[in-house]
Design a protein around this ligand. Structure first.
Ligand SMILES: Cc1cc2nc3c(=O)[nH]c(=O)nc-3n(C[C@H](O)[C@H](O)[C@H](O)COP(=O)(O)OP(=O)(O)OC[C@H]3O[C@@H](n4cnc5c(N)ncnc54)[C@H](O)[C@@H]3O)c2cc1C
Length: 456
């Protein structure tokens, strides 16, 4: 009799059933079960926020239902990966682990190293599948774009129809934030799960995308005018290939030239996603060290904790900076230009090294994606040694991106009655005006913590 081949599909940042290579591969085994591990190393990592696991749990709820319809149980276990795998191996004796490759933070890289050792010691075969344009053990960047294109143009993998369930295993209720010992995060998050991801993609490609290139810079218009797919790409409720192919199909089928032009701009950014992840894959140290080691020592010893605290709290005295920070903390999302402005302000005006602000922002971003995040943190801080230095003036950004002051008034209610001409620079109001509008600078709203004209 042939030996039993039992597949464990280890879900990581790929919480979907469509275009999922490990799931498809599981069909060639006699039976299969799914696993997601909530690892203490994740929960305790400095870039983690309760909103991240909250979103993941929302995705897992839907995934469990979708897999159950196909006959596959999905276990969601809390504990160190090796301990969870060991226990499960003793209980159900899987022969294969199937997962996607992950280009993650230092802690997940170390975990993967340990899992590989453990699998070898147990004669369990661990097979990893690519899911983005990132190439493992890349020797040279030449030909990378071509390879990206052919991976993205490859046919989508259809969702698997039916599995034989590996033994009947108990599927306890999903953990909750409280059972994980986490406090509520208080953010209003985007809807989680594969269906919400598909709806977001379709509404962008066919309704919202028309204005993409114009809408992308202002936080007011970007909210609806950008795709808002980033958390879905980060948690893998959509594959990059699905987004790429749906975009190309929308461009090919529309007679609206302005929509096609807008979507071309969007399509280019999908490639950037993988381009930046590739940087982390090739050079994992960029999570911790300056790209350009010549920048070592530039800011490290000048970290001002009061400035950092004011920046994190959205109380720098610069209305556009504070509005962006407060909006981000409430929603888990901010558009690209305003992310860049926040980092430019912390790096140049406040002269803070990028690592602590980067960790803080990673906790705020629902779409935290280490490869993009650390590359962008360094680019906006001027420590890559290759990119042009770019500093954003928070008052100019207020005038350009929020000319009527709607965004600032929404997120900084202390300034609600400040007349528009003063809204970007409220410290310029006479004291009599400050009294009249009920906003005393230094009391009701902070005076600028640094002078924009001198700092930076
Ligand atoms: C300091 C800083 C940190 C950032 N950290 C992250 C992060 O942790 N995770 C993340 O997904 N994005 C990050 N970005 C990039 C960008 O701001 C977000 O991808 C974008 O705002 C997400 O919204 P969207 O999906 O509506 O974007 P859209 O404009 O609709 O873009 C579609 C997709 O393209 C990709 N993309 C867009 N812009 C970029 C870019 N500049 N670089 C790489 N990929 C891009 C993303 O996957 C995005 O979801 C960061 C930018 C800065 C300046």
């Amino acid at each position: 009799m042939a030996a039993l081949s039992r597949a464990l599909v280890w879900f990581k940042r790929d919480l979907r059933v469509h275009d999922h290579a490990p799931l498809a591969a599981a069909q060639s085994h006699q039976d299969a079960l799914g696993l997601f591990i909530i690892e203490p190393d994740w929960l305790q990592s400095p870039e983690f926020d309760a909103s991240h696991v909250d979103f993941a749990l929302g995705c897992l709820r839907e995934l469990r239902t979708d897999l159950a319809l196909r006959g596959m149980p999905l276990l969601v276990c809390v504990g160190p990966a090796i301990e969870v795998l060991e226990k499960l191996h003793a209980e159900v004796g899987f022969t294969h682990v199937l997962s996607h490759e992950e280009t993650g933070s230092g802690w997940s890289y170390m975990r993967d190293v340990q899992v590989a050792v453990w699998c070898r010691s147990q004669q369990v075969q661990w097979q990893e599948f690519m899911q983005t344009g990132v190439v493992r053990r890349l020797r040279s960047r030449s030909g990378w774009a071509k390879r990206w294109q052919s991976r993205m143009d490859a046919p989508l993998i259809l969702p698997s129809a039916r599995f034989n369930a590996a033994v009947s295993c108990d599927q306890p209720d999903l953990p909750t934030l409280a059972s994980l010992g986490l406090s509520p995060h208080g953010k209003t998050l985007q809807a989680a799960g594969e269906k919400a991801a598909q709806q977001t993609l379709q509404s962008f490609l066919h309704l919202r995308g028309n204005n993409y290139r114009k809408a992308i810079s202002s936080p007011l218009t970007a909210e609806a005018g950008c795709s808002r797919l980033s958390p879905h790409l980060a948690f893998g409720t959509l594959s990059m290939r699905t987004v790429h192919q749906a975009t190309e199909a929308a461009i090919g089928s529309t007679s609206d030239r302005s929509l096609a032009y807008a979507l071309r701009g969007f399509a280019g950014r999908l490639r950037w996603h993988c381009h930046f992840m590739q940087k982390l894959e090739d050079e994992p140290a960029i999570e911790f060290n300056n790209f350009a080691r010549a920048c070592d020592g530039l800011r490290e010893d000048e970290f001002n904790p009061d400035h950092f605290a004011a920046w994190c709290a959205g109380r720098t005295g610069y209305p556009m900076v504070d509005a962006c920070m407060r909006s981000l903390k409430a929603t888990g999302w901010l558009n690209f230009r305003m992310r860049a402005m926040l980092v430019s302000f912390s790096s140049y005006h406040l002269w803070l090294h990028w690592r602590e602000p980067g960790l803080f922002l990673a906790r705020q971003f629902l779409d935290f994606e280490p490869g993009i995040h650390w590359s962008q943190m360094q680019m906006q801080s001027g420590t890559t040694g290759i990119n042009t230095l770019r500093m954003y003036s928070p008052t100019k950004q207020a005038h350009d991106q929020d000319p009527e002051g709607l965004f600032i008034r929404r997120w900084v209610p202390e300034l609600a009655r400040v007349p528009l001409p003063y809204l970007a620079e409220p410290w310029k109001m006479d004291t009599s005006v400050q009294r009249m509008v009920g906003c005393l600078i230094g009391e009701d709203y902070p005076a600028p913590i640094v002078n924009e004209k001198i700092a930076g």
